[in-house]
Ligand binder design. Structure first.
Ligand SMILES: *Cc1c(COP(=O)(O)O)cnc(C)c1O
Length: 365
């Protein structure tokens, strides 16, 4: 079987794939409504939140757009904290819908600096919301979201978080850290095929929602709330198969236990980083903030990451990711989130050992 080691979509357990293949049922019928309510309850337990949680049919980016248009009005000042491709994407969504966005950028491979966020907020009291990527999948950085949320707290801003590739694998207690709008997606930590975004919305976010004037029709949290309250429905036809799959994966995750899942990802992250360094490779991301769901590795010492990924795919049946945007051809990335264990990472490391010299790498020994 192909060892799919990209940061989403991740491989899915066989039980989840079986659920995906189930016959359709009426999405407005009692059985499906019960499933939606059950999935929502299980999600709340894994997201550590009492906030409203909704299933939105669309990819993670759809969830990000929903977060923006449900929270803001055109002209609202927003601080977009960006440490890579996905931070830039979120800031571009807000710009597209007319927000007045200040982008606080960090050199790629570094984490966001809470003191720079504080300075930006001190500098412009009119800022309404702060947008942060928890885990920047393009660079392999996990921002210190707890420190960031502590920094923002006294300013009483709306905190919108892209947690698409973190929550469910990396600790993010939504209520404890005061996250107002959290967005994740099924194909990352949740071991489910792509198709749905999941969002959690705080009381403060609902107050913002009531005043938010950005245009929205499909992505409307108020409609989602109304339909969910009506016995467990969604405003539009949902990705029924993905809901079936999520139902199964969430039970598997609750059986494993959130703490155990997080510990597994810490172990796999450490193992991946130690392994690539032992091969003589260099990590792209500042190791103090290195992600436990994705590792970015520099194309150093003659290594051509594109050639490496081709060899890994063709000769070892291991699929890795390349770099995005400015990082194309400069790094390769190893995904280690979701349905993944030590053997999967060991297989990557032992194949790399053989493949690296064939891809021009002269480092290590
Ligand atoms: C994958 C990812 C996205 C985009 O999700 P899609 O499902 O591809 O739309 C956004 N942000 C982060 C951090 C991601 O990892």
């Amino acid at each position: 079987m192909t060892n799919l080691r990209i940061p989403g979509p991740t491989p899915c357990p066989p039980e989840v794939l079986t659920a995906m293949g189930r016959q359709m049922i009426n999405h407005r019928g009692g059985e499906f409504q019960k499933t939606v309510l059950g999935v929502t309850e299980k999600l709340k337990r894994l997201l550590l939140t009492q906030n409203d949680v909704f299933l939105l049919t669309g990819s993670g980016t759809g969830g990000l757009e929903a977060a923006v248009v449900n929270s803001l009005s055109p002209g609202d000042k927003v601080l977009a904290v960006s440490v890579g491709v996905f931070g830039d994407r979120l800031s571009n969504i807000a710009k597209t819908f007319g927000a007045d966005v200040t982008v606080l950028k960090t050199e790629w491979g570094k984490a966001a600096d809470p003191s720079a966020i504080k300075a930006a907020l001190d500098n412009d009291p009119a800022i309404k919301a702060v947008m942060v990527t928890h885990n920047e999948t393009s660079t392999g950085i996990t921002n210190d979201l707890q420190a960031i949320s502590e920094t923002i707290k006294p300013f009483d801003k709306l905190l919108i978080v892209d947690a698409i590739s973190s929550i469910g694998s990396i600790a993010l207690p939504i209520d404890e850290w005061g996250i107002d709008v959290m967005v994740t997606g099924t194909q990352k930590s949740w071991m489910v095929p792509p198709g749905m975004a999941m969002v959690a919305i705080s009381e403060k976010a609902w107050r913002a929602n009531a005043a938010a004037k950005m245009p929205r029709f499909y992505w409307d949290f108020a409609k989602a709330k109304k339909y969910l309250a009506n016995g467990g429905q969604t405003p539009w036809t949902p990705a029924v198969s993905v809901v079936f799959a999520l139902d199964v994966s969430l039970s598997m995750m609750l059986d494993e236990g959130l703490d155990n899942i997080i510990a597994r990802h810490i172990k796999l992250g450490n193992m991946t980083r130690a392994g690539v360094k032992a091969l003589g490779l260099k990590l792209f991301a500042d190791e103090a903030y290195a992600s436990n769901t994705v590792t970015a590795v520099l194309g150093s010492d003659g290594l051509d990451p594109k050639t490496l990924n081709k060899i890994m795919r063709e000769e070892y049946d291991i699929v890795l990711s390349g770099g995005q945007m400015d990082l194309e051809g400069k790094i390769f990335r190893i995904g280690h989130l979701g349905w993944v264990n030590e053997k999967d990472v060991e297989a990557v490391l032992s194949a790399l050992k053989e493949a690296l010299p064939k891809a021009g790498f002269t480092g290590g020994k």
